[in-house]
Design a protein around this ligand. Structure first.
Ligand code: CMC
Length: 433
């Protein structure tokens, strides 16, 4: 029961009652503080999927899913996407304010020197099969970084936390690009410290020794925008994973590696790869009606990938921006007649007019368009989630730092509703029949 006047929510259970203080954020709904629930009422709250549970306080990102609003440190995502670079946004997420010109230049110069990997890390790649999924390579190699960067591991020191955060943001793209190069049997391309984050990333992905790869500025801007739009997204599954692992005091490389593992799932970061695979399996416009029948069939587990969101019950604001970027890239590359893009547009049109999706508030999410843009940029589908990880590393390290710096932080240790056998006698094997 929530009494707006009393600033507490009263909970009753089995004759006992408790006043749960209502915590007020600067935006968003109040949050009932249930920390005393077991002590006062002898019960736990049940919330699998944590759909109605705030697990931390945060100053980084705010989402209003009904209004389709996404703010980073108070700045609307639309303003950042149009006016700021990915690196500027990374500074904002990490430190809370947009950088001044000298702050930005110093940050960029420092980050650029961290792009290089310890040469020994090259050997790691040879241990993987050439057909390994690049997410497997990324997850393993990032997890191993603590074995190479021993300085900066004292997480009780602010300078160490900052050093690790910067290293992760700067080195993950190099590992990602090398995972791709390894999978296609091409030599690794070393990072270029003179290039912007996105130019350098495209350069490491597509340059070859002997060719004069020139980064197309329209494509670099599209890449930068995709990265910026994926940089952080509040307490999503991978960020929650990073915070959970971090709450044990684990080193930051292990935490980010855990985040990468969580991101890999098709319900989270794997969705843009899954969306593109879905388009390929639908094949042509004629395949759309029968595919949507399968999606709507309660007995089938087929979902329209790139549609729907746990938080946005209105258009995903990132999707709107990427829709425009998608058209920019398509026209820059002269791909207007690409059959897959044509199919995607038609699928979007049909689904957004279909009552099944309208009534459930299922709109295209960021992954519906990011996959199409990445395909147009020549990025193979197996690299899509890797790119997401490159971008989200910024959010993960920002949230990890905030979590460590929160004096109220405790190890995350949820409870359960036990529904298994009650206590019973052990039966020796010879008596089990
Ligand atoms: N296709 C068909 N039906 C759907 C879809 C979909 N993509 N998403 C939700 N529904 C239906 C679902 O079957 C349910 O119907 P009913 O009420 O009849 O049982 C209803 O909509 C509510 O679904 P839900 O499973 O309770 O929603 P959720 O909040 O648990 O799931 C989601 C969110 C993103 C996992 C889900 O929408 C989904 O699987 N989408 C496809 C995968 C995808 O695109 N994921 C990327 C999310 S955006 C990237 C990110 O921020 O990580």
């Amino acid at each position: 029961m929530h009494d707006p006047k009393s600033e507490t929510a009263t909970l009753h259970a089995g004759g006992a009652s408790m006043q749960a203080p209502l915590l007020k954020g600067t935006m968003g709904p109040d949050v009932a503080d249930l920390r005393g629930i077991q002590q006062n009422l002898g019960i736990f709250s049940f919330d699998p999927g944590l759909t109605g549970t705030a697990t931390c306080t945060s100053k980084i990102t705010f989402i209003d899913g009904d209004a389709g609003t996404l703010l980073h440190r108070g700045y609307p995502i639309e303003d950042l996407a149009l006016n700021a670079s990915f690196t500027e946004t990374a500074y904002l997420l990490l430190y809370g304010e947009l950088p001044t010109t000298p702050q930005y230049q110093a940050f960029q110069a420092d980050m650029n020197t961290h792009r290089l990997l310890n040469e020994q890390i090259r050997n790691f790649f040879n241990g993987f099969r050439r057909d390994a999924h690049p997410m497997a390579i990324l997850c393993g190699t990032v997890g191993a970084l603590s074995a190479f960067y021993h300085d900066g591991l004292d997480i009780s020191q602010a300078e160490d936390r900052d050093l690790s955060a910067r290293r992760l943001i700067a080195k993950v793209p190099t590992i990602a690009a090398w995972a791709y190069k390894y999978s296609i049997g091409e030599p690794f391309i070393y990072p270029d410290e003179e290039m912007s984050f996105s130019e350098n990333f495209l350069h490491m992905l597509f340059a070859r020794p002997g060719n004069h790869y020139r980064v197309n500025p329209v494509l670099a801007r599209a890449m930068d925008r995709i990265l910026l739009l994926h940089a952080d997204h509040e307490q999503n599954a991978s960020t929650t994973t990073v915070r959970l692992v971090g709450s044990t005091g684990a080193n930051p490389y292990a935490c980010i590696s855990a985040g990468i593992a969580a991101l890999w799932g098709p319900a989270h970061g794997g969705a843009n790869e899954a969306a593109l695979n879905m388009l390929q399996s639908i094949g042509t416009r004629e395949g759309i009606p029968s595919f949507l029948e399968q999606v709507k069939d309660k007995n089938s587990s087929v979902r329209l990938m790139g549609f729907g969101h746990r938080v946005y019950k209105n258009f995903d604001p990132r999707a709107k921006i990427l829709q425009a970027t998608c058209h920019e890239v398509i026209s820059e590359l002269g791909l207007e007649r690409d059959p897959l893009l044509d199919l995607a547009k038609e699928l979007e049109r049909v689904a957004t007019e279909d009552d099944y999706f309208v009534s459930r508030k299922l709109y295209p999410n960021v992954d519906f368009y990011s996959g199409l843009i990445l395909k147009a940029l020549g990025i193979p589908t197996s690299m899509f989630t890797v790119l997401f990880a490159v971008a989200r590393t910024v959010g993960w390290v920002s949230q990890w730092k905030e979590m460590i710096e929160d004096p109220a932080g405790r190890i995350t240790r949820p409870r359960q509703l036990y529904v298994g056998e009650t206590k019973r006698e052990f039966v020796s094997m010879s008596d089990r029949g």
